[in-house]
Design a protein around this ligand. Sequence first.
Ligand code: NAD
Ligand code: UDP
Ligand code: UDP
Length: 311
Amino acid sequence: MTKRILVTGGAGFLGSHLCDRLIEAGHEVLCVDNFFTGSKKNIEHLLPRANFELLRHDVTFPLFVEVDEIYNLACPASPIHYQFDPVQTTKTSVHGAINMLGLAKRLNAKILQASTSEVYGDPATHPQTEDYWGNVNPIGVRSCYDEGKRCAETLFFDYWRQHQLRIKVIRIFNTYGPRMHPNDGRVVSNFIVQALKGEDITIFGDGTQTRSFCYVDDLVDGMIKMMSSPDLLTGPVNLGNPNEFTMLDLAQKVIELTKSKSNLVFKSLPRDDPKQRQPDISLAKKELDWKPSVELEEGLTRTISYFKDLI
Ligand code: NAD
Ligand code: UDP
Ligand code: UDP
């Protein structure tokens, strides 16, 4: 059935891939973005489509439109961007969630929140399951993002308990792919761009910290499956690829695949940088019949080819 679907943050990395998939499926998509980290380039190919509409709007302000479903992705995701104006980051997460929940409530629309593995902070359990409450510094440099996202989750569950809203919360683990901003600052795009330009590859700390990287197509599959799951399934549900790598492993792989002559340089580790991160995706496997299928090497190859064309 064709639906009218709102994607906030739709001109960003994940949002633009989500818009592609929803348009392909024949839905009417309203993409809302303030272009803080997103770009018109990411969605310009969709502009001629009759079922696609773009609206420049900041979700910290009320929004009155008519839709059946809402994917709430608006929020800068890279540490350098979310720390650039930390007050705005918290406002985007919290006021943005309130406005989108208010909109969903008025319309009785289903609403999905793009939450994050950052709600687990620097996790004391490994891998992370959804019932882990996290280890988050409330007053550090990452807090605007981590606590903003945690508060958004609280709001989602209170709108569910108090107003019986149909909510879906996913906790996204590090995801990468084409359309990441070349100056985005996240590790995969940084390493690829540095390797392709023959610049030094910047390892923060000693590079033994770990992350688990999910390719964007897999993540978008999971997101759409979550939205169409039975109303009883509110989440939170972890979505990510459980294959875990150190930043040194990642640098090595990127150098191999780009055949780069770049050297590794070691820079200081940012404050509160989580030591390890790996999703337990048993819940997503069981409830959504979802698991990622693109391995790191394959995903990196596709991403490298995107950045080669770009730079
Ligand atoms: P991104 O920065 O590419 O996309 C975010 C988009 O939101 C951008 O287009 C930006 O312009 C827009 N935006 C920011 N503030 C806004 C506001 N106030 N009003 C309207 N639009 C606004 O990042 P992404 O990787 O695509 O992340 C999308 C969502 O997924 C974010 O909510 C992020 O927290 C979440 N997430 C992403 C990852 C990941 O690894 N990519 C991991 C966990 C969670
Ligand atoms: N809101 C919105 N669009 C709507 C309905 C509500 O942006 O279609 C905003 C509204 O401005 C309010 C917020 O969502 O600030 C929360 O709405 P809710 O109805 O939950 O709370 P209330 O309006 O009672 O404060
Ligand atoms: N990182 C790095 N070099 C870079 C950028 C990031 O070593 O040029 C490290 C960073 O310190 C962190 C990991 O890579 O340990 C992932 O960083 P990213 O910003 O991509 O995501 P997050 O920390 O939010 O998981």
